[in-house]
Design a protein around this ligand. Sequence first.
Ligand code: 5AD
Ligand code: SF4
Length: 475
Amino acid sequence: MEKERPSYLKAKRRTKEEVKVLTDAYIMNNELSKIGIGKKYHLITYGCQANVRDSETISAILEDMSFTKTDSMEDADIILLNTCAIRENAHNKVFGMIGRIQHLKETKPNILLAVCGCMAQEVSVVDELERKKKTVDIVFGTHNIQNLPQLISEAIDKNEQVVEVFSKEGDIIENLPVKRDSMYKAFVNIMYGCDKFCTYCIVPYTRGKQRSRRKEDILKEIDDIIKLGYKEVTLLGQNVNAYGKDLEDGISFAELLELVAKTNIPRVRFVTSHPWDFSDEMIDIIAKYDNIMPYIHLPLQSGSNKILKLMGRRYTKESYLELFNKIKSKIKNASVTTDIIVGFPGETEEDFLETLDVVEKCKYDGAYTFIYSPRENTPAASMEDNVSLKEKEERLARLNKLVNEYYKENNDKLLNTIVPVLIEGVSEKNEDLCCGYTDTMKLVNVKCPKDYIGKIINVKITEAKTWSLDGEIDE
Ligand code: 5AD
Ligand code: SF4
């Protein structure tokens, strides 16, 4: 049977059709479980935490098939690229990697290459990958990870390219296996997809409609990680504040957060929050529970009301600042980070100054800053892109300069204070040091015994840098 390919028209559709929760969509039988015996997989993940979490499922599926992991691409029998479509440079990185693998295949033609994730949901990308039949063996999307065993089996049996990408509103697939990257902190999806359709963003097309998971399923997953000794859970969603709006039991994100806090897992985090759905109840719950971390990622995107309107963000500079101030005044010690796009179509110098004005007022603890990148088929892609690349680059540099000043200023405030740090591992730059994150999500390098890894310890900050802090154990 001919397999489904992506369609922008279908990806855009939102109906009132009920979301199906499938508990038996993943099939692992004796035959499939032997395909990977004696073979290795190498998985590269691009993009956000949703992709990182998907990769944890992809790894577990491959290990169910008896593949073992290798960190070396040259050693692998199957290479998988879990891709991101958010900006053009993410695209370019993936196509660069495909080029490298093409070379590798010249000497090792039996290697299988699979491309999945958000780029695989794009019509033009799939068209291009179909032209690379000799290099790319499997293409699958974000809605059919559970079918990976069958797709690999088919690619091996038929010895030809297998493409299967669904563009649909989406189901919820439960009971997929997971092999978590960390033994101490875990990502748990609370919802999939996005219905916000910000005009620049490709995510609503690549990940389908907003579907909240049932609270029982979320709490069960959290219960499982608590039993395994995990110290931290991050609740994941494109817009977690809207959690539950599509569920019949009427549960809100604030209520879910409270249920998760009551499990007593030491640390609860969540990303990402759209300012639009951020309720007062949420702020109260975050303030009430010590195990909900005082860290909020609150994307601004732009400080200009004109640009926010063009972006379809549905808040104003003023309402954003009001929310920001409420968060800061009600949540003790709250650290707030943000995302900002410069050079959106129509952005003038005055508009950009409005963005800088918000940054000056909020003095963010951190900011991810981007040059606007037109994404095929999104509404903004057909707006006239009248800001020159030079201007965009200059604005980004000015913005980064300001943002970095506040990074450092906020870090300086922690000098000589004692902060709780979940020690996660050995520092990449210096083997004598361990590293971890504070409750407010700041990276700390600390000299401590290796058996502190996995523990939350009090650290006295001895040096503040722009991107990290140094500290020593506070006995
Ligand atoms: N161009 C530039 N940045 C984008 N983002 C999303 N789409 C685009 C785009 N087309 C940024 C937003 C979002 C973050 C995850 O990526 O700031 O919050
Ligand atoms: Fe994209 Fe907006 Fe949805 Fe975030 S809220 S994923 S920026 S459409």
